[in-house]
Design a protein around this ligand. Structure first.
Ligand code: NAP
Length: 546
Protein backbone atom coordinates (compact mmCIF):
# COMPACT_ATOMS: atom_id res chain seq x y z
CA UNK A 1 0.00 0.00 0.00
CA UNK A 2 1.86 3.09 -1.19
CA UNK A 3 1.40 6.47 0.44
CA UNK A 4 0.43 9.36 -1.77
CA UNK A 5 1.86 12.22 0.25
CA UNK A 6 4.32 12.53 3.11
CA UNK A 7 1.48 13.18 5.52
CA UNK A 8 -0.51 10.06 4.61
CA UNK A 9 0.66 6.93 6.33
CA UNK A 10 -0.51 3.39 6.44
CA UNK A 11 -0.01 3.39 10.20
CA UNK A 12 0.72 5.84 12.99
CA UNK A 13 2.09 4.53 16.29
CA UNK A 14 1.92 6.66 19.43
CA UNK A 15 4.96 6.03 21.65
CA UNK A 16 8.48 4.70 21.08
CA UNK A 17 8.87 2.53 24.16
CA UNK A 18 9.31 -1.23 23.97
CA UNK A 19 5.84 -1.67 22.42
CA UNK A 20 6.03 1.16 19.89
CA UNK A 21 9.47 0.17 18.66
CA UNK A 22 8.57 -3.47 18.11
CA UNK A 23 5.29 -2.46 16.45
CA UNK A 24 7.24 -0.28 14.02
CA UNK A 25 9.64 -3.14 13.31
CA UNK A 26 6.77 -5.49 12.45
CA UNK A 27 4.72 -3.01 10.43
CA UNK A 28 7.75 -2.07 8.43
CA UNK A 29 8.48 -5.74 7.72
CA UNK A 30 4.95 -5.95 6.33
CA UNK A 31 5.65 -3.00 4.03
CA UNK A 32 3.47 -0.43 5.79
CA UNK A 33 4.54 3.19 5.69
CA UNK A 34 4.59 3.92 9.41
CA UNK A 35 5.23 7.00 11.51
CA UNK A 36 5.95 6.82 15.23
CA UNK A 37 5.44 9.90 17.40
CA UNK A 38 7.21 10.02 20.73
CA UNK A 39 6.72 12.78 23.30
CA UNK A 40 10.15 12.27 24.86
CA UNK A 41 13.42 13.35 23.29
CA UNK A 42 14.65 9.77 23.19
CA UNK A 43 13.37 6.23 22.73
CA UNK A 44 12.76 3.73 25.54
CA UNK A 45 9.44 4.84 27.06
CA UNK A 46 9.45 4.32 30.83
CA UNK A 47 13.22 3.85 30.75
CA UNK A 48 13.62 7.17 29.04
CA UNK A 49 11.47 9.00 31.57
CA UNK A 50 12.16 7.24 34.88
CA UNK A 51 15.75 8.27 35.55
CA UNK A 52 15.35 8.88 39.28
CA UNK A 53 18.16 7.74 41.62
CA UNK A 54 18.02 3.97 42.05
CA UNK A 55 15.75 3.31 39.05
CA UNK A 56 16.23 -0.24 37.88
CA UNK A 57 14.04 -2.98 36.52
CA UNK A 58 12.22 -5.45 38.72
CA UNK A 59 12.56 -7.97 35.89
CA UNK A 60 15.58 -10.20 35.45
CA UNK A 61 17.35 -9.66 32.13
CA UNK A 62 16.87 -13.26 31.03
CA UNK A 63 13.20 -12.58 30.45
CA UNK A 64 12.89 -8.78 30.68
CA UNK A 65 14.22 -8.24 27.14
CA UNK A 66 13.11 -8.70 23.52
CA UNK A 67 12.94 -12.23 22.19
CA UNK A 68 12.03 -11.47 18.58
CA UNK A 69 15.64 -11.49 17.38
CA UNK A 70 17.94 -14.37 18.31
CA UNK A 71 20.91 -12.28 17.15
CA UNK A 72 19.95 -9.44 19.49
CA UNK A 73 19.55 -11.92 22.33
CA UNK A 74 22.99 -13.34 21.78
CA UNK A 75 24.92 -10.14 21.13
CA UNK A 76 23.61 -8.03 24.01
CA UNK A 77 25.06 -8.65 27.47
CA UNK A 78 23.47 -7.31 30.61
CA UNK A 79 25.80 -6.38 33.42
CA UNK A 80 23.46 -7.15 36.33
CA UNK A 81 20.61 -9.46 37.20
CA UNK A 82 18.26 -6.43 37.52
CA UNK A 83 19.65 -3.83 35.08
CA UNK A 84 19.56 -0.16 36.04
CA UNK A 85 17.93 2.64 34.05
CA UNK A 86 21.05 3.80 32.14
CA UNK A 87 21.66 0.28 30.83
CA UNK A 88 18.00 -0.15 29.84
CA UNK A 89 18.10 3.16 28.01
CA UNK A 90 21.27 2.05 26.20
CA UNK A 91 19.51 -1.18 25.20
CA UNK A 92 16.54 0.81 23.83
CA UNK A 93 18.92 2.97 21.80
CA UNK A 94 20.83 -0.09 20.60
CA UNK A 95 17.59 -1.67 19.37
CA UNK A 96 16.58 1.56 17.60
CA UNK A 97 19.96 1.69 15.82
CA UNK A 98 20.38 -2.01 15.14
CA UNK A 99 17.03 -2.28 13.39
CA UNK A 100 17.31 1.17 11.81
CA UNK A 101 14.10 2.31 13.49
CA UNK A 102 14.98 5.96 13.99
CA UNK A 103 14.15 7.16 10.49
CA UNK A 104 10.46 6.54 11.19
CA UNK A 105 10.40 7.87 14.76
CA UNK A 106 9.72 11.53 15.37
CA UNK A 107 10.94 12.47 18.84
CA UNK A 108 9.84 15.40 21.02
CA UNK A 109 6.42 15.23 19.40
CA UNK A 110 3.35 14.63 21.49
CA UNK A 111 0.15 13.54 19.77
CA UNK A 112 -2.56 15.92 20.97
CA UNK A 113 -5.56 14.54 19.14
CA UNK A 114 -6.67 11.72 16.85
CA UNK A 115 -10.09 11.58 15.19
CA UNK A 116 -11.58 8.79 13.16
CA UNK A 117 -12.84 10.28 9.90
CA UNK A 118 -15.95 8.30 8.96
CA UNK A 119 -16.02 9.77 5.44
CA UNK A 120 -12.86 7.94 4.39
CA UNK A 121 -12.16 5.49 7.22
CA UNK A 122 -8.86 7.09 8.17
CA UNK A 123 -7.46 8.43 11.41
CA UNK A 124 -6.53 12.13 11.46
CA UNK A 125 -3.69 12.59 13.89
CA UNK A 126 -2.56 15.98 15.23
CA UNK A 127 0.72 16.70 16.97
CA UNK A 128 1.67 19.41 19.42
CA UNK A 129 3.62 21.12 16.62
CA UNK A 130 0.49 21.57 14.53
CA UNK A 131 1.21 18.75 12.08
CA UNK A 132 -1.79 16.86 10.73
CA UNK A 133 -1.31 13.42 9.25
CA UNK A 134 -3.68 10.63 8.34
CA UNK A 135 -3.35 6.88 8.69
CA UNK A 136 -5.36 3.74 8.04
CA UNK A 137 -4.29 2.18 11.34
CA UNK A 138 -3.60 3.84 14.65
CA UNK A 139 -1.66 1.95 17.31
CA UNK A 140 -1.64 3.41 20.81
CA UNK A 141 1.58 2.29 22.48
CA UNK A 142 1.61 5.12 24.99
CA UNK A 143 2.35 2.95 28.03
CA UNK A 144 0.32 1.64 30.94
CA UNK A 145 2.41 3.57 33.45
CA UNK A 146 3.35 6.82 31.75
CA UNK A 147 0.76 9.42 32.74
CA UNK A 148 2.26 10.82 35.94
CA UNK A 149 0.00 11.30 38.95
CA UNK A 150 0.85 14.62 40.55
CA UNK A 151 -1.45 14.81 43.57
CA UNK A 152 -3.36 17.98 44.29
CA UNK A 153 -1.37 19.07 47.31
CA UNK A 154 -2.38 22.51 48.51
CA UNK A 155 0.39 25.05 47.93
CA UNK A 156 2.61 22.81 45.77
CA UNK A 157 3.20 25.60 43.27
CA UNK A 158 4.35 27.92 46.06
CA UNK A 159 7.28 25.67 47.09
CA UNK A 160 10.49 27.64 46.49
CA UNK A 161 12.82 24.62 46.41
CA UNK A 162 13.13 22.01 43.66
CA UNK A 163 10.33 19.52 43.05
CA UNK A 164 10.51 16.43 40.83
CA UNK A 165 8.12 13.62 40.00
CA UNK A 166 10.13 10.39 39.79
CA UNK A 167 8.90 9.74 36.24
CA UNK A 168 9.93 13.21 35.04
CA UNK A 169 13.41 13.26 36.55
CA UNK A 170 15.75 15.61 34.66
CA UNK A 171 18.49 14.28 32.41
CA UNK A 172 21.04 16.60 34.07
CA UNK A 173 22.30 15.33 37.44
CA UNK A 174 20.26 16.60 40.39
CA UNK A 175 22.57 17.68 43.21
CA UNK A 176 21.24 16.27 46.48
CA UNK A 177 24.42 16.35 48.58
CA UNK A 178 24.03 18.50 51.67
CA UNK A 179 20.31 19.06 50.98
CA UNK A 180 17.18 18.31 52.95
CA UNK A 181 15.04 16.07 50.77
CA UNK A 182 11.47 14.88 51.21
CA UNK A 183 10.05 11.87 49.34
CA UNK A 184 6.26 11.51 49.12
CA UNK A 185 5.22 7.96 48.28
CA UNK A 186 6.41 4.46 49.12
CA UNK A 187 5.43 2.38 46.07
CA UNK A 188 8.02 0.77 43.78
CA UNK A 189 9.49 4.14 42.73
CA UNK A 190 9.78 5.42 46.32
CA UNK A 191 11.17 2.12 47.57
CA UNK A 192 13.89 2.29 44.91
CA UNK A 193 14.88 5.94 45.27
CA UNK A 194 14.68 6.27 49.09
CA UNK A 195 17.81 4.13 49.88
CA UNK A 196 19.90 5.95 47.26
CA UNK A 197 18.73 9.46 48.18
CA UNK A 198 19.43 8.69 51.84
CA UNK A 199 23.10 8.14 51.08
CA UNK A 200 23.38 11.47 49.23
CA UNK A 201 21.16 13.90 51.12
CA UNK A 202 22.01 15.64 54.37
CA UNK A 203 18.60 14.60 55.65
CA UNK A 204 15.73 12.62 54.15
CA UNK A 205 12.12 12.76 55.27
CA UNK A 206 9.89 9.98 53.93
CA UNK A 207 6.17 10.76 53.85
CA UNK A 208 4.37 7.41 53.94
CA UNK A 209 0.61 7.05 53.56
CA UNK A 210 0.45 3.27 53.19
CA UNK A 211 3.15 0.87 54.31
CA UNK A 212 3.91 -1.44 51.39
CA UNK A 213 5.34 -4.92 51.24
CA UNK A 214 8.84 -4.95 49.84
CA UNK A 215 11.23 -7.85 49.37
CA UNK A 216 14.94 -7.82 48.58
CA UNK A 217 16.09 -8.05 44.97
CA UNK A 218 19.46 -9.66 45.74
CA UNK A 219 20.80 -7.94 42.66
CA UNK A 220 24.19 -9.28 41.53
CA UNK A 221 26.54 -8.76 38.59
CA UNK A 222 25.89 -11.19 35.76
CA UNK A 223 27.93 -14.36 36.05
CA UNK A 224 29.46 -15.01 32.58
CA UNK A 225 29.18 -18.79 33.01
CA UNK A 226 25.46 -18.49 33.86
CA UNK A 227 24.95 -16.15 30.90
CA UNK A 228 26.62 -18.63 28.50
CA UNK A 229 24.56 -21.49 29.82
CA UNK A 230 21.30 -19.53 29.70
CA UNK A 231 21.89 -18.21 26.21
CA UNK A 232 22.72 -21.70 24.94
CA UNK A 233 19.02 -22.56 25.37
CA UNK A 234 17.46 -19.11 25.04
CA UNK A 235 14.75 -20.36 22.69
CA UNK A 236 13.81 -23.11 25.12
CA UNK A 237 13.58 -20.68 28.03
CA UNK A 238 11.42 -18.32 25.99
CA UNK A 239 9.12 -21.17 24.94
CA UNK A 240 8.54 -22.13 28.56
CA UNK A 241 7.85 -18.55 29.64
CA UNK A 242 5.28 -18.10 26.86
CA UNK A 243 2.65 -20.39 28.38
CA UNK A 244 3.25 -19.40 31.99
CA UNK A 245 0.94 -17.32 34.16
CA UNK A 246 2.98 -14.12 34.14
CA UNK A 247 5.32 -14.53 31.20
CA UNK A 248 8.15 -15.81 33.34
CA UNK A 249 9.20 -19.38 33.88
CA UNK A 250 10.69 -20.57 37.17
CA UNK A 251 11.77 -24.14 37.47
CA UNK A 252 11.56 -23.74 41.27
CA UNK A 253 7.95 -22.44 41.46
CA UNK A 254 5.83 -24.71 43.63
CA UNK A 255 2.61 -25.07 41.68
CA UNK A 256 1.58 -28.31 43.35
CA UNK A 257 1.07 -27.34 46.97
CA UNK A 258 -1.12 -24.99 48.99
CA UNK A 259 0.61 -22.99 51.73
CA UNK A 260 -2.02 -24.37 54.08
CA UNK A 261 -1.15 -28.00 53.39
CA UNK A 262 2.25 -27.90 55.04
CA UNK A 263 3.22 -27.68 58.73
CA UNK A 264 4.07 -24.10 59.85
CA UNK A 265 7.76 -24.85 60.48
CA UNK A 266 8.19 -26.35 57.02
CA UNK A 267 6.38 -23.39 55.46
CA UNK A 268 8.54 -20.86 57.29
CA UNK A 269 11.66 -22.71 56.16
CA UNK A 270 10.41 -22.58 52.57
CA UNK A 271 9.71 -18.83 52.86
CA UNK A 272 13.14 -18.30 54.42
CA UNK A 273 14.79 -20.12 51.53
CA UNK A 274 12.71 -18.16 49.00
CA UNK A 275 13.41 -14.81 50.73
CA UNK A 276 17.11 -15.40 50.06
CA UNK A 277 16.59 -16.39 46.43
CA UNK A 278 14.67 -13.48 45.07
CA UNK A 279 11.33 -11.78 44.99
CA UNK A 280 9.57 -14.03 42.51
CA UNK A 281 10.53 -17.20 44.27
CA UNK A 282 8.78 -15.89 47.37
CA UNK A 283 5.35 -15.24 45.81
CA UNK A 284 5.58 -18.62 44.04
CA UNK A 285 6.53 -20.66 47.10
CA UNK A 286 3.02 -22.14 47.07
CA UNK A 287 0.24 -22.18 44.52
CA UNK A 288 -2.39 -20.19 46.41
CA UNK A 289 -0.54 -17.17 47.84
CA UNK A 290 -2.14 -14.80 45.32
CA UNK A 291 -5.66 -16.16 45.53
CA UNK A 292 -6.39 -17.46 49.04
CA UNK A 293 -6.44 -14.92 51.85
CA UNK A 294 -5.56 -17.42 54.56
CA UNK A 295 -2.62 -18.77 52.58
CA UNK A 296 -1.56 -15.24 51.74
CA UNK A 297 -1.63 -14.27 55.41
CA UNK A 298 1.10 -16.82 56.17
CA UNK A 299 3.44 -15.05 53.78
CA UNK A 300 2.28 -11.56 54.81
CA UNK A 301 3.14 -12.44 58.43
CA UNK A 302 6.53 -13.80 57.38
CA UNK A 303 7.44 -10.52 55.67
CA UNK A 304 6.05 -8.43 58.55
CA UNK A 305 8.39 -10.34 60.89
CA UNK A 306 11.30 -9.54 58.53
CA UNK A 307 10.51 -5.81 58.74
CA UNK A 308 10.50 -5.96 62.56
CA UNK A 309 13.79 -7.88 62.46
CA UNK A 310 15.54 -5.40 60.13
CA UNK A 311 14.32 -2.06 61.52
CA UNK A 312 15.92 -1.33 64.89
CA UNK A 313 13.52 1.32 66.29
CA UNK A 314 10.34 -0.63 67.18
CA UNK A 315 8.07 2.40 66.65
CA UNK A 316 9.48 3.02 63.18
CA UNK A 317 9.26 -0.70 62.43
CA UNK A 318 5.55 -0.76 63.34
CA UNK A 319 4.88 2.12 60.96
CA UNK A 320 6.65 0.24 58.17
CA UNK A 321 4.81 -3.03 58.78
CA UNK A 322 2.07 -3.32 56.12
CA UNK A 323 -1.31 -3.96 57.70
CA UNK A 324 -3.86 -2.52 55.27
CA UNK A 325 -3.72 -5.19 52.56
CA UNK A 326 -2.51 -8.72 51.75
CA UNK A 327 0.96 -9.14 50.24
CA UNK A 328 0.79 -8.79 46.45
CA UNK A 329 -2.58 -6.95 46.47
CA UNK A 330 -0.64 -3.79 45.81
CA UNK A 331 2.13 -4.45 43.30
CA UNK A 332 4.93 -6.06 45.33
CA UNK A 333 7.95 -3.76 45.71
CA UNK A 334 11.45 -5.04 45.16
CA UNK A 335 14.26 -3.23 46.89
CA UNK A 336 17.89 -2.97 47.71
CA UNK A 337 18.28 -1.94 51.35
CA UNK A 338 14.87 -0.27 51.75
CA UNK A 339 14.00 -1.21 55.33
CA UNK A 340 17.66 -0.87 56.40
CA UNK A 341 17.52 2.79 55.29
CA UNK A 342 15.29 3.58 58.26
CA UNK A 343 18.14 2.64 60.62
CA UNK A 344 20.13 5.65 59.37
CA UNK A 345 20.44 8.74 61.56
CA UNK A 346 19.65 11.07 58.64
CA UNK A 347 16.28 9.49 57.78
CA UNK A 348 12.90 10.36 59.32
CA UNK A 349 9.66 8.49 58.60
CA UNK A 350 6.45 10.51 58.77
CA UNK A 351 3.11 8.71 58.80
CA UNK A 352 0.82 10.82 56.62
CA UNK A 353 -2.11 8.45 57.08
CA UNK A 354 -2.57 9.51 60.71
CA UNK A 355 -1.32 13.07 60.08
CA UNK A 356 -2.04 13.88 56.40
CA UNK A 357 -0.12 16.44 54.40
CA UNK A 358 -2.05 19.68 54.98
CA UNK A 359 -0.06 21.96 52.78
CA UNK A 360 3.15 22.45 50.87
CA UNK A 361 4.60 25.70 52.13
CA UNK A 362 7.24 27.88 50.50
CA UNK A 363 9.89 26.00 52.47
CA UNK A 364 8.62 22.49 52.97
CA UNK A 365 5.76 20.21 53.93
CA UNK A 366 3.27 20.77 56.74
CA UNK A 367 1.47 17.79 58.20
CA UNK A 368 -0.85 17.82 61.21
CA UNK A 369 1.11 19.85 63.69
CA UNK A 370 4.61 19.75 62.18
CA UNK A 371 6.47 21.50 59.40
CA UNK A 372 9.40 19.81 57.65
CA UNK A 373 11.78 22.27 56.00
CA UNK A 374 13.06 20.92 52.70
CA UNK A 375 15.24 21.93 49.76
CA UNK A 376 13.91 19.24 47.43
CA UNK A 377 10.57 17.44 47.23
CA UNK A 378 10.42 14.17 45.31
CA UNK A 379 6.95 13.02 44.30
CA UNK A 380 7.05 9.24 44.02
CA UNK A 381 3.29 9.34 43.70
CA UNK A 382 2.77 7.01 40.77
CA UNK A 383 0.55 7.10 37.72
CA UNK A 384 -2.93 7.42 36.31
CA UNK A 385 -2.29 3.89 35.14
CA UNK A 386 -3.74 1.80 32.30
CA UNK A 387 -6.13 4.45 30.94
CA UNK A 388 -4.38 7.78 31.68
CA UNK A 389 -1.99 7.82 28.75
CA UNK A 390 -4.64 6.50 26.33
CA UNK A 391 -7.13 9.17 27.33
CA UNK A 392 -4.50 11.91 27.12
CA UNK A 393 -3.97 11.13 23.40
CA UNK A 394 -7.34 12.77 22.74
CA UNK A 395 -8.90 9.93 20.75
CA UNK A 396 -12.28 10.43 19.08
CA UNK A 397 -14.02 7.54 17.37
CA UNK A 398 -17.28 7.24 15.43
CA UNK A 399 -19.64 10.25 15.70
CA UNK A 400 -16.84 12.25 17.32
CA UNK A 401 -17.27 10.40 20.62
CA UNK A 402 -14.16 10.72 22.78
CA UNK A 403 -12.52 7.77 24.48
CA UNK A 404 -12.85 9.60 27.81
CA UNK A 405 -16.62 9.91 27.31
CA UNK A 406 -16.91 6.25 26.38
CA UNK A 407 -14.79 5.22 29.38
CA UNK A 408 -16.36 7.62 31.90
CA UNK A 409 -17.52 4.68 34.06
CA UNK A 410 -14.35 2.68 33.40
CA UNK A 411 -12.48 1.31 30.40
CA UNK A 412 -14.26 -1.06 28.01
CA UNK A 413 -12.21 -3.12 25.60
CA UNK A 414 -12.26 -6.36 23.72
CA UNK A 415 -9.11 -8.37 24.51
CA UNK A 416 -7.57 -5.13 25.78
CA UNK A 417 -6.61 -4.52 22.16
CA UNK A 418 -9.64 -2.81 20.71
CA UNK A 419 -12.68 -0.81 21.75
CA UNK A 420 -16.04 -0.62 19.94
CA UNK A 421 -16.65 2.64 18.09
CA UNK A 422 -12.95 3.13 17.34
CA UNK A 423 -12.27 1.22 14.11
CA UNK A 424 -8.67 0.36 13.19
CA UNK A 425 -7.45 1.53 16.59
CA UNK A 426 -5.25 -0.99 18.38
CA UNK A 427 -4.07 -0.59 21.96
CA UNK A 428 -0.95 -2.22 23.32
CA UNK A 429 -0.67 -2.91 27.08
CA UNK A 430 -4.27 -1.71 27.28
CA UNK A 431 -6.85 -2.23 30.04
CA UNK A 432 -8.42 -5.67 29.73
CA UNK A 433 -5.10 -7.26 28.77
CA UNK A 434 -2.83 -8.98 31.29
CA UNK A 435 0.14 -6.80 30.30
CA UNK A 436 0.96 -5.17 33.65
CA UNK A 437 0.58 -8.37 35.69
CA UNK A 438 3.82 -9.89 34.50
CA UNK A 439 6.71 -9.68 32.09
CA UNK A 440 6.01 -6.62 29.95
CA UNK A 441 8.18 -7.83 27.07
CA UNK A 442 6.28 -11.08 26.81
CA UNK A 443 2.95 -9.19 26.74
CA UNK A 444 4.19 -6.64 24.24
CA UNK A 445 5.59 -9.16 21.78
CA UNK A 446 2.44 -11.27 21.91
CA UNK A 447 0.16 -8.25 21.41
CA UNK A 448 2.26 -6.68 18.64
CA UNK A 449 2.33 -10.01 16.81
CA UNK A 450 -1.43 -10.43 17.17
CA UNK A 451 -2.06 -6.89 15.84
CA UNK A 452 0.36 -7.49 12.95
CA UNK A 453 -1.47 -10.72 12.16
CA UNK A 454 -4.84 -8.96 12.15
CA UNK A 455 -3.59 -6.22 9.84
CA UNK A 456 -1.99 -8.79 7.53
CA UNK A 457 -5.29 -10.69 7.44
CA UNK A 458 -7.15 -7.50 6.51
CA UNK A 459 -4.73 -6.63 3.76
CA UNK A 460 -4.80 -10.13 2.34
CA UNK A 461 -8.60 -10.02 2.18
CA UNK A 462 -9.12 -6.48 0.96
CA UNK A 463 -10.63 -5.40 4.29
CA UNK A 464 -10.46 -1.74 5.17
CA UNK A 465 -11.90 -1.56 8.67
CA UNK A 466 -11.89 -3.76 11.75
CA UNK A 467 -13.92 -3.02 14.86
CA UNK A 468 -14.82 -4.86 18.04
CA UNK A 469 -18.52 -5.54 18.44
CA UNK A 470 -20.29 -4.14 21.50
CA UNK A 471 -21.41 -7.68 22.42
CA UNK A 472 -17.87 -9.08 22.36
CA UNK A 473 -16.65 -6.11 24.36
CA UNK A 474 -19.40 -6.50 26.98
CA UNK A 475 -18.59 -10.19 27.36
CA UNK A 476 -14.88 -9.43 27.70
CA UNK A 477 -15.41 -6.71 30.33
CA UNK A 478 -17.56 -9.15 32.37
CA UNK A 479 -14.96 -11.89 31.95
CA UNK A 480 -12.15 -9.59 33.14
CA UNK A 481 -14.24 -8.64 36.17
CA UNK A 482 -15.00 -12.28 37.04
CA UNK A 483 -11.31 -13.16 36.86
CA UNK A 484 -10.44 -10.21 39.10
CA UNK A 485 -12.96 -11.41 41.69
CA UNK A 486 -10.92 -14.60 42.09
CA UNK A 487 -7.84 -12.62 43.14
CA UNK A 488 -6.93 -10.54 46.17
CA UNK A 489 -6.17 -7.37 44.17
CA UNK A 490 -9.36 -5.57 45.16
CA UNK A 491 -8.45 -5.85 48.84
CA UNK A 492 -6.13 -2.87 48.33
CA UNK A 493 -6.32 0.60 46.86
CA UNK A 494 -3.95 0.25 43.93
CA UNK A 495 -3.30 1.51 40.43
CA UNK A 496 -4.68 -1.74 38.95
CA UNK A 497 -8.15 -0.77 40.17
CA UNK A 498 -7.67 2.99 39.86
CA UNK A 499 -8.28 3.59 43.57
CA UNK A 500 -4.90 5.39 43.73
CA UNK A 501 -6.55 8.31 41.88
CA UNK A 502 -9.34 10.15 43.69
CA UNK A 503 -12.66 9.72 41.84
CA UNK A 504 -11.36 7.34 39.17
CA UNK A 505 -13.97 4.76 38.15
CA UNK A 506 -13.86 1.35 36.59
CA UNK A 507 -12.43 -1.08 39.11
CA UNK A 508 -9.73 -3.62 38.41
CA UNK A 509 -8.85 -3.46 34.70
CA UNK A 510 -6.08 -5.97 33.87
CA UNK A 511 -6.96 -9.48 32.68
CA UNK A 512 -6.05 -11.73 35.62
CA UNK A 513 -6.43 -15.10 33.90
CA UNK A 514 -2.72 -15.44 33.18
CA UNK A 515 -0.54 -14.75 30.19
CA UNK A 516 -0.78 -18.26 28.77
CA UNK A 517 -4.60 -18.29 28.89
CA UNK A 518 -4.77 -14.83 27.33
CA UNK A 519 -2.45 -15.81 24.49
CA UNK A 520 -4.61 -18.87 23.83
CA UNK A 521 -7.77 -16.74 23.85
CA UNK A 522 -6.28 -14.23 21.37
CA UNK A 523 -5.05 -17.03 19.10
CA UNK A 524 -8.46 -18.68 19.14
CA UNK A 525 -10.20 -15.42 18.25
CA UNK A 526 -7.88 -15.06 15.25
CA UNK A 527 -8.31 -18.72 14.26
CA UNK A 528 -12.10 -18.26 14.23
CA UNK A 529 -11.75 -15.49 11.63
CA UNK A 530 -11.44 -12.78 14.30
CA UNK A 531 -14.58 -13.68 16.21
CA UNK A 532 -16.04 -10.69 18.02
CA UNK A 533 -14.86 -8.25 15.37
CA UNK A 534 -16.68 -6.88 12.36
CA UNK A 535 -14.92 -6.14 9.11
CA UNK A 536 -15.71 -3.64 6.35
CA UNK A 537 -16.02 -4.91 3.72
CA UNK A 538 -16.71 -8.36 5.15
CA UNK A 539 -14.18 -10.99 4.09
CA UNK A 540 -15.15 -13.07 1.10
CA UNK A 541 -16.17 -16.63 1.97
CA UNK A 542 -12.82 -18.18 1.00
CA UNK A 543 -10.75 -16.00 3.30
CA UNK A 544 -7.06 -15.70 2.64
CA UNK A 545 -4.91 -16.45 5.67
CA UNK A 546 -2.10 -13.97 6.14
P1 NAP B 1 2.54 3.69 43.24
O1 NAP B 1 2.86 2.26 43.43
O2 NAP B 1 1.17 4.05 42.82
O3 NAP B 1 2.93 4.42 44.59
C1 NAP B 1 2.60 5.76 44.78
C2 NAP B 1 2.88 6.12 46.21
O4 NAP B 1 2.56 7.49 46.40
C3 NAP B 1 2.04 5.34 47.20
O5 NAP B 1 2.81 5.07 48.33
C4 NAP B 1 0.91 6.30 47.51
O6 NAP B 1 0.30 6.07 48.74
C5 NAP B 1 1.66 7.61 47.51
N1 NAP B 1 0.80 8.76 47.29
C6 NAP B 1 0.10 9.08 46.19
N2 NAP B 1 -0.58 10.22 46.38
C7 NAP B 1 -0.30 10.62 47.64
C8 NAP B 1 -0.70 11.73 48.44
N3 NAP B 1 -1.55 12.64 47.96
N4 NAP B 1 -0.20 11.83 49.69
C9 NAP B 1 0.64 10.90 50.17
N5 NAP B 1 1.05 9.82 49.48
C10 NAP B 1 0.59 9.69 48.22
O7 NAP B 1 3.53 4.36 42.16
P2 NAP B 1 5.02 3.96 41.80
O8 NAP B 1 5.81 3.73 43.01
O9 NAP B 1 5.52 4.96 40.83
O10 NAP B 1 4.87 2.57 41.07
C11 NAP B 1 3.85 2.37 40.09
C12 NAP B 1 4.17 1.13 39.32
O11 NAP B 1 5.19 1.41 38.37
C13 NAP B 1 4.72 -0.01 40.13
O12 NAP B 1 3.75 -0.71 40.85
C14 NAP B 1 5.41 -0.82 39.08
O13 NAP B 1 4.52 -1.61 38.35
C15 NAP B 1 5.97 0.27 38.18
N6 NAP B 1 7.36 0.54 38.60
C16 NAP B 1 8.25 -0.43 38.29
C17 NAP B 1 9.54 -0.27 38.69
C18 NAP B 1 10.49 -1.36 38.34
O14 NAP B 1 10.21 -2.26 37.59
N7 NAP B 1 11.62 -1.34 38.90
C19 NAP B 1 9.95 0.85 39.39
C20 NAP B 1 9.00 1.83 39.68
C21 NAP B 1 7.69 1.67 39.27
P3 NAP B 1 -0.95 5.04 48.85
O15 NAP B 1 -0.36 3.68 48.72
O16 NAP B 1 -1.53 5.32 50.16
O17 NAP B 1 -1.87 5.36 47.71
Amino acid sequence: MATTSPSEYDAVVVGAGWAGMYMLYRLRQMGLATRVYEAGDGVGGVWHWNRYPGARTDGEWMWYSYSFSAELEQEWSWSERFPAQPELERYANHVADRFDLRRDIQLSTRVVGADFDESNGRWRVRTEHGELVTASYLVAAAGALSAANVPELKGLEAFTGECYHTSRWPREPVELAGKRVGVVGTGSSGVQCIPVIATEAAHLVVFQRTANFSVPAWNVPTDPAFEREYKADYAGHRRRQRDSAIGVYWSHANLEQSALEVPPAERTAAFEHAWRHGPFTLMNSYNDLSANLEANETLSEFVRAKVREIVRDPDVAELLVPTTHPIGAKRLCIDTGYYETFNRDNVTLVDVRSTPIEEITAHGVRTGGAEYELDVIVLATGFDAMTGALERIGLRGRSGRSLSEKWAEGPRTYLGLSTAGFPNLFMLMGPGSPSVLGNNFEAIEQQVEWVSGCIAFMRANGIELVEATVEAEDRWVDHVRELADRTLFNLADNWFNGRNIPGKKGGFTPYAGGYGAYRKECDEVAARGYAGFTFVPPPRSGVVRS
